[in-house]
Design a protein around this ligand. Structure first.
Ligand code: SF4
Length: 427
């Protein structure tokens, strides 16, 4: 049903991958807390870390004035190195204080970080101990957001993977949609699935712990984010089956994603067309309007968010761009294979990073647009390259039909800005 047309010259799934294991320039996994704490309305993220971690979170998330924050940092001072038992006691005391003050908290995540004293602290054991102590009102889990172990979107993956083992067991045949989406986008997705007659639909993460998200051998799951490799593995360990599909970016990606689910649930072609024809036409029109500045231009992706492969597919197939290099921190065939099938052969596919060597390749290629992390964007702009901050793609609603035009607009804005600057300079 509505299978996308494969590229005439072949796709990139079997293309040789340049694997690099050098220095990398990305945010750490703590960054995920910024969108996860908004999504999970009864959760609290307690980072066990240093002042650097606290500064990162505060500057990235801003200060919430009207609501009590749902994240914080327990700063482990170097003096704590003297005794881990003391550190555990202190952590227990902090958690007791927090939960006594905030009865709205139902899920508490202890989030590990880089400092050596934190690494030595067994947060898994702490979470088990605190779970017993605060059950049944509060569930305590742990994961690592450390920059040594995670790139920035891996924080969400680690968080969701930590939740999978404690999901209720179910024998029901249900669709589990996995990945944190802004509420407005999630509602659009749920209404499309309901109109197709697909259900029951469960969500991970759910907005609240009491939601009936379960997992079992009759669960099928679809991912909305391409960075959920560990969560994918954890769900398979619970017996759930993945529905492989391109990711729902752009008109084509959204249609292919919905189509894979529709096929799994036996939705007929007439129903599929009745539900999707109008939003598809709207999305195509919006992308067409927003992508005039992109057509015929080249793009180079540094590895950052793991969104790179599906976005390269969107930009090349729907916006008329040519990809020079598509770098991703990790490439996972079960997740990225369907998008690689559709990405026209030609770009260098790279996994991991050796930042200096990759910068040399970008400088040699002089792409019209470079998608990269914040740390690389300014130096490249100073060298005359137009850049797009990868992090914006994670913080902006970009999934599904109604956001397809905005997604193209995010990429065309830096090119338009540059041509305006040139115009002003010429006047
Ligand atoms: S987890 Fe590590 S990389 Fe992230 S803010 Fe803390 S110290 Fe820095």
């Amino acid at each position: 049903m509505n299978a996308p047309v494969l590229p005439a010259g072949g796709g990139c799934r079997t293309a040789p991958v340049l694997k690099e294991r050098g220095q990398r320039e990305v945010f750490c996994g703590l960054t995920g807390i910024i969108w996860l704490h908004r999504k999970m309305q009864d959760a609290f993220f307690l980072v066990v870390g240093s002042r650097t971690c606290a500064h990162l979170l505060q500057s990235a998330a801003g200060v919430m004035i009207f609501a009590e924050p749902r994240f914080g940092t327990a700063i482990l001072e170097e003096t704590d190195l003297a005794g881990m038992a003391d550190a555990h006691t202190e952590l227990d005391r902090e958690v007791d204080r927090l939960l006594a003050r905030r009865p709205d908290i139902r899920q508490l995540f202890l989030v590990g970080s880089c400092p050596s004293e934190v690494i030595k602290l067994d947060l898994h054991r702490a979470a088990e101990r605190l779970s017993v102590r605060h059950a049944p009102h509060v569930r305590v889990l742990n994961y690592s957001g450390s920059g040594i172990e995670t790139t920035f979107t891996q924080g969400e993956d680690a968080c969701l993977a930590a939740m999978v083992p404690v999901l209720a067991e179910t024998q029901a045949r249900e669709l589990l949609v996995v990945g944190a989406l802004p509420d407005v986008v999630e509602d659009q997705m749920l209404s499309l699935l309901a109109a197709l007659g697909v259900g029951p639909v469960r969500l991970l993460p759910a907005r609240r712990i009491d939601a009936t998200t379960g997992v079992g051998p009759n669960t099928v799951f679809a991912l909305t984010q391409p960075f959920l490799g560990d969560t994918h593995a954890a769900l398979e360990r619970r017996g759930a089956r993945h529905i492989p599909a391109p990711f729902p970016f752009g008109e084509e990606g959204t249609t292919a994603w919905l189509s894979a689910i529709a096929a799994e649930f036996g939705v007929d072609a007439a129903t599929f067309a009745a539900v999707t024809d109008a939003p598809r036409a709207r999305a195509r029109k919006a992308v067409e309007q927003a992508s005039t500045a992109l057509s015929g231009k080249s793009v180079f992706f540094f590895p950052d968010s793991q969104l790179e492969i599906p976005l390269a597919r969107f930009l090349t197939r729907e916006c008329g761009m040519t990809a020079i290099e598509v770098g991703s921190p990790y490439i996972h065939d079960a997740l990225h294979g369907p998008d690689l099938d559709l990405l026209p052969a030609g770009p260098q596919i790279s996994e991991g990073q050796d930042v200096e060597r990759q910068l040399d390749r970008a400088r040699a290629a002089r792409p019209d647009l470079t998608v990269c992390g914040l740390g690389l964007a300014n130096p490249l702009e100073a060298e005359g390259l137009s850049t797009k901050w990868a992090i914006e793609l994670v913080f902006t609603p970009v999934h599904f039909y109604e956001q397809a035009g905005d997604l193209a607009g995010l990429f065309s804005r830096p090119l338009r800005r540059k041509s305006l600057l040139h115009l002003e300079a010429a006047e």
